[in-house]
Write a protein that binds this ligand. Sequence first.
Ligand code: F6P
Length: 548
Amino acid sequence: MTIPDQGLPLSRRETWKTLLAHRTAITPLTLASLFADDPFRADHMNASGAGLFFDYSKNRITKGTLELLLALARECHLPDRIEQMFSGEKINPTENRAVLHVALRSSRDDVFRVDGTNVVPEVHAVLDRMFVFARKIRSGDWRGQTGLPIRNVINIGIGGSDLGPVMAYEALRHYSRRDMNFRFVSNIDPTDFHEATRDLDPAETLFIVSSKTFTTLETMTNAQTARKWLQNALGAGAVEKHFVAVSTNTDAVRAFGINPENMFGFWDWVGGRYSMDSAIGLSTLLAVGEEHFQSLLEGFREMDHHFRLTPLEKNLPVLHGLLCVWEGTFLGSATRGVFPYDQYLKRFPAYLQQLTMESNGKHTSLDGTRVDYETGPVFWGEPGTNGQHSFYQLIHQGTRIIPSDLIGFLHPLHPTGPHHDILIANLFAQSEALAFGRTEADLQKQGVPPALIPHRICEGNRPTNVLLAEQLTPHTLGTLIAFYEHSVFTQGILWNIDSFDQWGVELGKILAQKILPELTGDPEPPLEHDSSTNALIKRYREARLSGS
Ligand SMILES: O=P(O)(O)OC[C@H]1O[C@](O)(CO)[C@@H](O)[C@@H]1O
């Protein structure tokens, strides 16, 4: 396991200490005073690249803050670490793996090496097979067991093998085949499978079993249930025409009964949460077709180039990552909201939750010591304007500061009366209201009764980033996802953690395996948990036995 030498621990660096002192110095400044002092602030606190415009002027920062954060990034060797990722070095030390999702969207003549081997030809070989398969399914050439074409595609997967495909399907619905059904089964709760299949004809249904490891309990259990559902209707031989797999584990795919010829592979250097543009995106490809899928990959690639080649101070993901570190670690904001002003992006916050929180929810630094600073914040969100009518109240007037990303598009996909203008007016209004609030003086001027004034004051000084793109296209979606992927990378480098492992999810899985037979075993096995867990198991056993 190669651990990069970071030199002094982060919190003992001079720049870190200077940032802490700087935080104290600028705390009295508010967004209102910062804008008043520098009327051109918005002109120099923005950046553009890969078709995205990023306004970060409504953050609680000065020019000096940014300079210090950039200095810290350089001290953490961020440019070198970026290069290490793109060069296929094993920057995931606890799993001894390269981290090369950028190769998934390479062009054919790019070179990305892992252990000396250029992986680009393999990436394109899989993509080419996916394209051939997608053409067959979409044209109706691929026939099911009874000779009917496929009309229903169900992706079975969980975590990174689900959230990316679901998010991308929803995001790109406008570009998708409307005469086909695309559904996603992830939860072990049988409701998920039942609801996804209840009105479908097995003879027209294709299952994509997506699992990097092909061992994940939920996915394998759902896949077995799907196989039974299919075979009950069409007979034992139907699997061949109705099941394909996306995995790195050929043996397990074969053992399940799926012909490896119907398997689309990827590699251990692709993390689950970074895999939606690998073969894990097969359902996306089937939904939107080759041209749009290529355009999605191009969008990713454009942001990759921007991230790799743009100086830090103009680099969108770097700036975003630094601002997340500033807000979360130095100013103590425990969460970050992400509010896409686009209904098609309704699953984007859920996707980002895995990307950000599974990557940077870590308390151990690369040298194995516990960090003495806050790392990844809680990510959450909903599309605007819906959120405005529920939880935005807390963001405006609550006691906690919730920095947020507001994402909008200049051109609607469905120009309809005033809708889009209203949508975007709301996005801009929220960013303004959160920053500048509403003062006592404003309310007095409006003649608000004095007793109500304290209730109606909005203190402002709530930071937002605004991200704008031309239109929600496959290309834009690619750039947006890569933007967040690289922001997460930047944050992880500053925090000196491994953003690419996920050991924290292991313990719960192990305990569930231990508890499962204790729920059903006859006679009751000895229970050796804590008193709470023992009592919960007993309660469930009793209910199960009594059938109530
Ligand atoms: O694709 P797999 O191997 O089924 O894993 C699914 C998900 O489970 C996790 O390992 C967490 O439990 C994620 O990192 C991953 O995306």
